[in-house]
Write a new protein. Structure first.
Length: 312
């Protein structure tokens, strides 16, 4: 089968190539998914699991990509809850071969049904961005109606979902980004927008929750404006700064089917939009994953042509 593999950690995106790899076989409680579309997170180059397995052994050349949408083509021994031909989406295990391939082996517990009125490209853009936003806001940030949220990168793949979900749950959202992102952030539902290049973060005043996807000095300055009892949530590893009389929480997103269902239901009813930036085919994935300029939104690779159909 065709797959995009990472061969050189030092080269990062420059070290990926389109290659032929053996089709996977399902282990106990696995399914094999015929991948139709796969999302990609550029930070994958920095994840240790991209390069070594749980025993510390070198994984290269490793198939990259970990979020996807597709169709169940084979069931492993003992697998329940899914059926052959079912449309699914979710996240694969970080330490296993990923989803930028024609087929992927996935634990059944990591998958949720993808109804037929959500196309595979949209489905593949949802799992990591959607679950990161959901878990950061509600599971770790314990967001409540009436609170204020500072959403960094509010026009990005994760930040746009953070903004929409926080708005839905009754929060006041201050989005941040570059000047060119202002209108997009406001369109996604931000009440205000702060241009981090030209406006002072300290002028925001106190907020209840900061959702950080930037780190560094921005994270440190953000921690200082959190109200007593507030929370800094970050996806960039242990926080470098903590709010006074508040919490700093870092987390790694998990595939939770019940949360995936909540997210995709919102997409189906039109209350949540995913921000897809670049779409390419598997044959053209290598240049798409090596952009020469800043890309906005989620990069999605279509492994198979999109087909119409009702699905299940």
């Amino acid at each position: 089968m065709k797959a995009i593999v990472a061969t050189d950690q030092a080269a990062e995106a420059a070290g990926i190539t389109l290659a032929e790899r053996p089709e996977p076989t399902p282990a106990i409680n696995d399914v094999i998914v015929e991948v139709h579309a796969s999302g990609f997170v550029p930070a994958e180059w920095e994840w240790p699991s991209t390069w070594v397995d749980r025993s510390g052994h070198d994984r290269a050349p490793a198939i990259i990509g970990h979020e996807f949408a597709g169709v169940v083509s084979s069931l492993g021994y003992g697998t329940t809850g899914l059926s052959l031909g079912q449309r699914v989406f979710g996240i694969t295990d970080w330490h296993r071969d990923g989803t930028l391939a024609e087929y992927a082996a996935v634990e059944a517990r990591n998958l949720a049904p993808l109804r037929g009125n959500v196309d595979f490209t949209v489905g593949a853009s949802l799992p990591i961005s959607g679950l990161t936003a959901w878990q950061g806001l509600f599971q770790h940030g314990r967001l409540q109606a009436g609170q204020s949220v500072l959403a960094h990168g509010a026009a990005g793949a994760v930040g746009s979902v953070v903004t929409q979900l926080a708005q839905e749950f009754g929060a006041y959202v201050i989005g941040t980004g570059r000047a060119a992102d202002r209108q997009a952030a406001l369109d996604f539902g931000a009440n205000e927008f702060l241009d981090l290049d030209h406006e002072n973060l300290d002028d925001v005043g106190g907020v209840d929750l900061v959702f950080d996807v930037i780190g560094g000095d921005i994270q440190r300055r953000s921690a200082s404006i959190i109200r007593p009892g507030g929370t800094l949530v970050t996806v960039l590893g242990p926080a470098q700064a903590r709010p006074v009389d508040g919490l700093a929480i870092d987390f790694v997103v998990e595939s939770v089917p019940s949360q995936l269902a909540e997210i995709v239901d919102r997409v189906r009813d039109g209350s949540l939009r995913t921000h897809i930036g670049t779409v390419a085919t598997l044959d053209d994935a290598v240049p798409a994953l090596n952009p020469t300029e800043r890309r906005k939104g989620k990069t999605v690779i279509r492994v198979r042509p999109e087909r119409s159909g009702t699905g299940r």
